[in-house]
Design a protein around this ligand. Structure first.
Ligand SMILES: O=c1[nH]c(=O)c2ncn([C@@H]3O[C@H](COP(=O)(O)OP(=O)(O)OP(=O)(O)O)[C@@H](O)[C@H]3O)c2[nH]1
Ligand SMILES: [Mg+2]
Length: 192
């Protein structure tokens, strides 16, 4: 396939996507923080993808990450970036203090398009966990407070995270789709 441009303003996403995909898909990155609409995770990712196709010549992929608290009807969801900036990991813990249920899902939604005339296609991955007081190095977002099977993502070895994460699961679906698609012939026929 043609080289696909991953458009993101987040260098940690680049590190993970590059590590997960290895050399299975030719990827280059463009560091750009695209505007994000309000809406469902799929709507946000598709809209971001359409904006990316206006800027990049050739196939593009974008990603939107969400953190859904069960006790709060899936909020903060796609707005986690702003909650994290405003409250920090400690504040996110305090948000859940009144609730017994501390469970959460990390959700990663990729959208791919081969150009401005094509409908973006969405691939989503989900990781279940529990929100806990911060443990581990605070390198990437809310990793220190998201516990999965006894370890926070910040405590987890990178290789382990990259083999089970929400991002890994979404990229497996993307890879699978690419392996079976007739993308070079008519990708728009496969849009949703
Ligand atoms: O601990 C984490 N482990 C992860 O695996 C992860 N993935 C995303 N995030 C954070 O969640 C927000 C998503 O917002 P987001 O999807 O809009 O990303 P972004 O604006 O940073 O980049 P982009 O939109 O340009 O791609 C941002 O604060 C990201 O730092 C993560 N934190
Ligand atoms: Mg963003």
């Amino acid at each position: 396939m043609k080289t696909c441009t991953f458009v993101t303003g987040n260098p940690n996403k680049v590190i993970e996507v590059t590590a997960i995909l290895g050399d299975t898909i030719p990827i280059r990155t463009l560091a750009l923080d695209l505007p994000e609409i309000q809406g469902s995770l799929e709507e946000i990712a598709r809209d971001k993808c359409r904006r990316a196709t206006q800027i990049v010549d050739g196939p593009v992929i974008v990603e939107d990450s969400a953190l859904e608290f069960y006790a709060m009807n899936s909020l903060p969801g796609p707005y986690i970036k702003y909650f994290l900036e405003a409250l920090g990991n400690d504040g996110l813990n305090k948000l859940l203090a009144p609730y017994e249920d501390k469970s959460a899902d990390a959700v990663c939604t990729f959208a791919y398009s081969s150009g401005p005339d094509h409908v973006p296609i969405v691939f989503q991955g989900r990781l279940h966990g529990t929100i806990v007081p911060a443990r581990g190095p605070p390198v990437f977002g809310w990793e220190p407070i998201f516990e999965h099977q006894g370890e926070t993502l910040a405590e987890m070895a990178h290789e382990k995270k990259n083999n089970l994460s929400h991002r890994y699961q979404a990229l497996c679906k993307f890879r699978e789709w690419l392996a079976h698609s007739t993308i070079d012939q008519d990708p728009s026929t496969r849009g949703e």
